[in-house]
Design a protein around this ligand. Structure first.
Ligand SMILES: [Zn+2]
Length: 587
């Protein structure tokens, strides 16, 4: 809505004590200068999640995640940066003065608030019908027939719309709700001759909620076999189908803990899994999966499973979702059920253990796709092979992981009896190269590099910060850490030391932030270190690297081409000189 001023952001960061904030989510125990607890972002039994209150940062040595109090809230609550700042501001009583809303914006915000309230009224009304009113009897019988227990019904806030034209309309009228707003939400509809009538009648109602559990719409199921089986709320100012997944409010904690999400199609699929203890589930409920849905899931889980019916419609839905997953580079597997089963029927027949077995057997979605093609198209003919490759090629190109891509290439070439080189040319991408592999391998090397050590030392000793500034950060650090060091130098205030919380925000990537949090989490190992020696080590290793980059031979070659009157001649000469000096000092 507007930009939050930097000083407000730092005020929030300073006032929001990181241990207090995180304690709302994690039970922390003091351990030395830090606090420790079980990581909320991955499942673990022994604590590797650390909070350093002095520096205002956290880091998990198990899954590598780390940052400051704002990035913690972003990850935990699934919020974007400004929303996380506002979330914390409210908590610590910092007023963020935003640009005053224009009259139009104010109307919109007020209206949104009202719309949420009206939905909430409807939820309570339908809930009361289902739980205690005589009119809710058919709903209660239906739930009993489907083995939905009371606790589950409560968790979902299930409701029942009585078989009448005006029960909700009348209730809303009594509550003085402006009916045109209820119409906007799709709760009621306008009658031709004037007045309104209920949209949902004689249906069991599922509440569609946003991330924070606020009701934004309803899905209503008939109690028999009549059609339409489901009626869903239309889009409204609070309900955008392409951004919302059913059950995400119930699933977010579990998705985060398990690092996986299961996508199912229907409300009852969701409910069946939930009731049997599988909680990391969301449902699409009649809308096709969108990029928005996938981005939402990626905030919580790095890996996704699809679980659709074992019929051809289910297969189609799986393949459709594959396109989105590939597009968004999301690691996806397919949980398959026997033909004719849906998650509900399967769990009832086979039980939770059997379901876990199906999850363990889940195949990568691309593999599922490939074997489906092989079933459908005759791969023994040239025509068939060409057709299959035409289908595979564009999707294969989208597979993010080069190793995975290459394995598929080999497997496809084996299965189709096509030369792998030809296949590679066809998909227009070179086989994996050493460059594809290096970034991950390089990261794995153990121990702390001198540069990392020096950054840690900068955090501990202000004089090192000064030393680095005097010597020139660019002469000590590579492109990796240089931006961070420059950020430290830019903000260093001798009285206050380094603001690590701020540094965490200035770091671009999540990986880099996590790596730094690990470095700064604990500095007890630095006690033993000879500061000057570390500084020199860093200087030497950097200079060696630069020397490699700027080969003396190259400079000499350039010198030979230059006119001795030109300015560049003297520049190069000076560089050569400097090189000679440096080398003699170093070696
Ligand atoms: Zn962790």
């Amino acid at each position: 809505m507007s930009i939050i001023p930097d000083d407000k952001i730092s005020e929030v960061r300073e006032r929001a004590a990181i241990v207090d904030v995180i304690s709302d989510y994690v039970s922390l125990r003091k351990s030395g200068a830090n606090f420790q607890g079980l990581c909320p972002f991955h499942g673990e039994k022994t604590p590797s999640f650390n909070v350093n209150p002095g520096r205002g940062i956290f880091h998990c040595f198990g899954c590598g995640v780390g940052g400051n109090v704002i990035t913690f809230i972003m990850k935990m609550e699934g919020l974007a940066f400004p929303e996380a700042v506002k979330f914390l501001a409210k908590r610590v009583g910092v007023t963020i003065e935003e640009r005053p809303l224009t009259a139009g914006e104010k109307r919109q915000t007020d209206e949104r608030e009202l719309l949420f309230k009206i939905n909430e009224l409807a939820v309570k009304f339908y809930r009361r019908m289902l739980v205690q009113e005589p009119a809710g009897e058919p709903g209660r019988r239906y739930l009993e027939r489907r083995d939905v227990d009371a606790a589950t019904a409560e968790a979902y806030r299930l409701g029942f719309a009585p078989d009448k034209w005006d029960s909700l309309t009348r209730h809303l009228e009594q509550q003085l709700v402006p009916l045109p707003l209820a119409e906007k939400l799709g709760l009621i509809r306008r009658r031709d001759g004037g007045g309104y009538y209920d949209s949902f009648r004689n249906r069991l109602l599922f509440v569609i909620a946003d991330l924070h559990g606020r009701p934004i719409g309803f899905g209503g199921r008939v109690l028999d076999d009549s059609l339409p089986k489901y009626i869903n709320s239309p889009e409204s100012p609070v309900y955008h189908k392409s951004d919302v997944l059913f059950g995400i409010d119930l699933a977010k904690q579990s998705m985060r803990e398990q690092g996986t999400a299961i996508v199912v199609e229907g409300y009852f699929d969701h409910l069946a899994l939930f009731q049997s203890g599988v909680r990391n589930v969301v449902a699409t409920c009649g809308t096709a999966l969108t990029g928005g849905h996938v981005k939402l899931l990626q905030r919580y889980a790095p890996k996704v499973y699809t679980l659709f019916d074992g019929d051809s419609a289910g297969k189609k839905a799986t393949l459709r979702s594959m396109e989105i997953f590939l597009e968004e580079k999301y690691l996806a597997h397919v949980i398959e059920l026997p033909e004719g089963d849906d998650p509900d029927s399967f769990l009832k027949k086979e039980g939770t253990a059997a379901f876990a077995g199906q999850v363990a057997k889940a195949r990568p979605i691309f593999e599922f796709f490939f074997s489906d093609l092989l079933r459908q198209i005759d791969s023994s003919t040239v025509e068939g092979k060409v057709k299959i490759i035409e289908e595979l090629a564009p999707r294969l190109m989208k597979i993010a992981n080069p190793i995975e891509r290459d394995l598929y290439l080999k497997e496809i070439s084996r299965q189709l009896g096509v030369d792998v080189g030809q296949l590679r040319r066809k998909i227009g991408r070179a086989p994996i190269s050493a460059a594809d592999l290096t970034p991950t391998v390089a990261r794995k090397k153990s121990g702390i590099a001198p540069e990392e050590m020096l950054v840690s030392l900068m955090g501990k000793y202000p004089e090192i910060v000064r030393q680095v500034r005097d010597y020139g950060a660019a002469n000590l650090f590579g492109p990796d850490l240089l931006p961070v060091v420059e950020a430290i130098l830019a903000q260093e205030d001798p009285d206050r030391g380094v603001d690590w919380g701020l540094i965490m925000e200035q770091v671009g990537s999540v990986e880099e932030r996590s790596r730094l949090a690990a470095l700064f989490m604990d500095d007890s190992h630095l006690e033993e270190i000879d500061v000057n020696k570390a500084f020199n080590q860093c200087r030497v290793s950097r200079t060696r690297l630069t020397l490699k980059d700027r080969d003396a031979k190259e400079l000499k070659r350039e010198l030979a081409q230059l006119d001795s009157d030109s300015a560049r001649y003297w520049e190069v000469l000076k560089m050569l000189d400097a090189l000679r000096n440096k080398k003699s000092q170093l070696l």
